[in-house]
Design a protein around this ligand. Structure first.
Ligand SMILES: [Zn+2]
Length: 164
C-alpha cells in the first residue's frame, strides 16, 4: 500500500519546460491540467502506463512534463546551457538512433574524442543504443542519427502566459 501511495505522490507535480527546453518550474497536476486545457502548454512526456484524470466534463491524460508554447523571459540568463533534461525534452524522450524511448543522453562525438558538451553534440538515446555506440562516432558504430541535434532558440515573442 505504501508503494501505491508513493507512486501517487510522485505523479502530483508536473515539470514545466520553458520554450527553450530548460526546466522553468514544477506545478501541481491540477495546474498542469488547467494550462493544458487553456492551450498554454503542450505535452512532452506521458506516464507509462497512462494516468487519466476524470473531471465532470472531460477526461485528460496526466502528463509527466509539459512545455510552454511561448517563451517566458527570465531577466538573468547565463547562456543557454545544455542539460540532460533539456536534451531529453528537446528530443521528446525519443532515441535519436532507433526512435525508441530514451532516458539517457549520448555525445555524438564522444567526450573522450574531443566532443563538446553542446546542444549540437548531444542527443537523447535509449540505454541499449548508448551502450552499443560506446566510445565511437555514429559512423564507426554503423549507426545513423534520425535527426540533426540543434540548439533550441528563444521564441521571437516574449508573451508571458498566466503561470500561477
Ligand atoms: Zn535506441
Amino acid at each position: 500500500m505504501r508503494h501505491l501511495h508513493q507512486d501517487r505522490n510522485r505523479q502530483q507535480t508536473v515539470a514545466v519546460y520553458n520554450a527553450d527546453y530548460r526546466v522553468l518550474t514544477h506545478v501541481s497536476w491540477q495546474e498542469a491540467i488547467r494550462l493544458l486545457l487553456r492551450g498554454s502548454v503542450y505535452v512532452i512526456e506521458r506516464h507509462s502506463p497512462a494516468v487519466h484524470i476524470h473531471s465532470p466534463s472531460t477526461i485528460v491524460e496526466l502528463p509527466v512534463s509539459v512545455a510552454l508554447r511561448e517563451y517566458v523571459h527570465i531577466p538573468y540568463r547565463p547562456g543557454n546551457r545544455v542539460t540532460r533534461q533539456g536534451v531529453l525534452a528537446r528530443d521528446g524522450f525519443t532515441c535519436a538512433y532507433c526512435g525508441g524511448r530514451a532516458d539517457t543522453i549520448d555525445h555524438v562525438i564522444p567526450r573522450s574524442r574531443g566532443g563538446q558538451d553542446s546542444w549540437e553534440n548531444c542527443v537523447a538515446a535509449c540505454a541499449p543504443c548508448n551502450g552499443r555506440k560506446d566510445n565511437r562516432t555514429p559512423g564507426e558504430a554503423g549507426m545513423r542519427l534520425l535527426w540533426e541535434p540543434y540548439e533550441p532558440r528563444e521564441r521571437a515573442r516574449y508573451r508571458v502566459p498566466a503561470l500561477a
